[in-house]
Write a protein that binds this ligand. Structure first.
Ligand SMILES: [Zn+2]
Length: 82
């Protein structure tokens, strides 16, 4: 992980809705994702070895709760999006 140029989930506090922030912190803590700046706000990268999975997260989604839920589901479905 050392060579990745990313951003820590905690740096996004206040930049994304709380529901999404909480999920990002949790998934990062579990080592399931890493983040970088890009897209509308941040790009969520799947941390699984060799997995190209990524999702863009905006700062002002219409339905943050839904986005948070989908992020969680996306990560737990990781083997399917390889
Ligand atoms: Zn993945």
């Amino acid at each position: 992980m050392g060579s990745r140029k990313g951003v820590s989930a905690s740096e996004l506090r206040g930049e994304v809705p709380k529901e999404i922030f909480d999920v990002l912190v949790e998934l990062e803590d579990e080592g399931l994702i890493w983040l970088k700046r890009g897209g509308h706000k941040a790009i969520v990268m799947c941390a699984a070895e060799g997995c190209p999975g990524k999702r863009s997260v905006g700062g002002t989604p219409a339905n943050p709760g839904n986005v948070a839920k989908r992020l969680r589901r996306w990560v737990s479905n990781c083997p399917e999006h390889r």
